[in-house]
Design a protein around this ligand. Structure first.
Ligand SMILES: C[S@@+](CC[C@H](N)C(=O)[O-])C[C@H]1O[C@@H](n2cnc3c(N)ncnc32)[C@H](O)[C@@H]1O
Ligand SMILES: Nc1nc2[nH]cc(C(=O)O)c2c(=O)[nH]1
Ligand code: SF4
Ligand SMILES: [Mg+2]
Length: 207
């Protein structure tokens, strides 16, 4: 797998792009255009988009073309995801999105340095490659995937590193959602600073 990707930030490997509703977290339910970049060096065993990991398997697109596709739809939230989008320098993509009137949101594990101008940072920290401090501090929402009981302690560890006002979400790992969701509900009842994030798009079968 190529981990030294994106030397030219005017072109980026894109696995897929789609206009849908944000299925998770604070913006859940709002129209959003998703740009899924290729490349990830974190390697979560339960990742729901393993096809994204190898950047070389995905065609490179000019940021102007990525943005002109996005601008065909009326929504003005662009969610940059992956893969791990911070493996790429996002300066050119986020400025082109801003010029076209988009808010720039990112879904990240925080394992690579921040780049670009980002209006909303969703940090989902992973044990397999922990986030950098700068991303813990900058995050607007923390969204921790709960795969087993030990992940509640992982969630609290990252809540303690977050800035004041950061929204706190617990999200069941999809394959274990039946088992973990009741534990998350009980946890939130005892720790009301947390909220539940479900992957709503998977329940209603939209991308
Ligand atoms: C596929 S990741 C891509 C962005 C970035 N690499 C990250 O992990 O945040 C997008 C979001 O989906 C979550 N996710 C991935 N696989 C999941 C699963 N099996 N169940 C629940 N959430 C999952 C991630 O934690 C992250 O919040
Ligand atoms: N609808 C929808 N909402 C999402 N929120 C985060 C996603 C992601 O894969 O980053 C995602 C996704 O794949 N689809
Ligand atoms: S960091 Fe994100 S894209 Fe990478 S393996 Fe984990 S969930 Fe998948
Ligand atoms: Mg997803």
């Amino acid at each position: 797998m190529d981990t030294s990707i994106a030397t030219n930030n005017r072109t980026l490997p894109v696995m897929e792009y789609f206009y849908t509703i944000q299925g998770e977290g604070f913006y859940q339910g709002q129209a959003a255009y998703f740009i899924r970049l290729g490349g990830c060096d974190v390697g979560c065993h339960w990742c729901d988009v393993k096809e994204s990991w190898d950047a070389d398997k995905h065609p490179k697109y000019d940021v102007a073309d990525i943005v002109s596709q996005a601008a065909q739809f009326p929504g003005r939230i662009a969610v940059i995801t992956g893969g791990e989008p911070l493996m790429h320098n996002l300066d050119a993509l986020t400025s082109a999105l801003h010029e076209a009137g988009f808010r720039t949101h990112i879904e990240t594990s925080g394992s690579s340095p921040l780049s670009g101008s980002l209006d909303w940072i969703t940090l989902s920290p992973k044990k397999f490659k922990a986030p950098l401090e700068e991303v813990n501090r900058a995050a607007h929402e923390l969204k921790v995937v709960i795969f087993n009981k030990s992940d509640f302690a992982w969630a609290e560890k990252h809540a303690a590193l977050a800035s004041p006002g950061c929204k706190l979400y617990l999200q069941p790992e999809w394959s274990k959602a039946k088992e973990m969701t009741p534990l998350i509900v009980d946890y939130i009842k005892d720790h009301p600073q947390w909220q539940l994030s479900l992957q709503v798009h998977k329940y209603i079968n939209v991308p």
